[in-house]
Design a protein around this ligand. Structure first.
Ligand code: MG
Length: 204
C-alpha cells in the first residue's frame, strides 16, 4: 500500500507557514513503515527538536486505477478517517531552504498516524462538508472544514492518478487546516470528526 499526502491544501495553512497558495496539488508520499495505527504508542523521535501535529482527513482508496478523470474519481475512494501527518518542522525548514526532498521531515517511521475508525461514503454523504478538529491537552488547536480545501477530493485523486497508479488500500492524507503547532512528550492529542471522537494519542 502507498500513502499519499497533499501539502498546502488549505489557504490559511499555506499562509501560516509562509508558502504560496499552490496552482496544482502539492503531493508527497510516505512509505508503509510510516503508518501508525490506533493503540500503538507514539514515541517522540530522537532526531527532531520541533515535532508538529497536522490533523487531516484521510481517504481510503477502494479501486485500482490510473489516469482517472475528475468526474469519475469518487468511484475510487469509499471511506474516510482522521489522521495526523506528523512533521519534523525543524528538519523540513532546513530541507526547504536547501531545495531538498522532504522525506526526512515527513516520511519517517510512525509519521502517518490514522484512527481505526472509518466513515463509509455513499451517495448521501459524498458531497457533505466534513468538519474535523484536534485537541491538544484538552484545548482545540486545529479545526477544519473540507469545504475550505483548495483542491477537492476528486481533484486530488485525479491528479495523483496521472502520476501514480492507485491501488486498493492506498491512503490519501488530504491536507491540514491552519493551527499546526508543536507537540511535546506527555501531550495528549484527541481527534474529532464533528462531535465524534476518532482518536486519542499520547506522545511518549
Ligand atoms: Mg500535512
Amino acid at each position: 500500500m502507498k500513502i499519499f499526502c497533499v501539502g498546502r491544501n488549505y489557504i490559511d495553512h499555506a499562509k501560516e507557514l509562509g508558502n504560496a497558495v499552490p496552482e496544482e496539488p502539492v503531493i508527497f508520499m510516505k512509505p508503509k513503515s510510516a503508518l501508525l495505527q490506533t493503540n500503538t504508542p507514539f514515541y517522540y523521535p530522537a532526531f527532531t527538536n520541533e515535532l508538529h501535529y497536522e490533523v487531516e482527513i484521510v481517504l481510503r482508496i477502494c479501486k485500482n486505477g490510473r489516469s482517472i478523470q475528475e468526474n469519475a474519481a469518487s468511484q475510487f475512494y469509499n471511506a474516510y478517517s482522521l489522521g495526523i501527518d506528523f512533521t519534523a518542522r525543524d528538519i523540513q525548514g532546513e530541507l526547504k531552504k536547501k531545495g531538498l526532498p522532504w522525506e526526512k521531515a515527513k516520511a519517517w517511521d510512525n509519521s502517518a498516524f490514522i484512527s481505526n475508525k472509518f466513515v463509509e461514503l455513499n451517495e448521501a454523504n459524498l458531497k457533505s462538508p466534513i468538519l474535523f478538529s484536534l485537541k491538544q491537552n484538552e484545548k482545540i488547536v486545529q479545526s477544519g472544514n473540507t469545504k475550505d480545501m483548495i483542491f477537492s477530493f476528486n481533484q486530488i485523486v485525479s491528479h495523483i492518478s496521472m502520476y501514480f497508479s492507485l491501488n486498493i488500500g492506498d491512503l490519501v492524507y488530504t491536507g491540514t487546516p491552519a493551527g499546526v503547532g508543536e507537540c511535546l512528550p506527555g501531550d495528549k492529542l484527541e481527534g474529532f470528526i464533528g462531535e465524534e471522537a476518532f482518536f486519542n494519542l499520547d506522545i511518549k
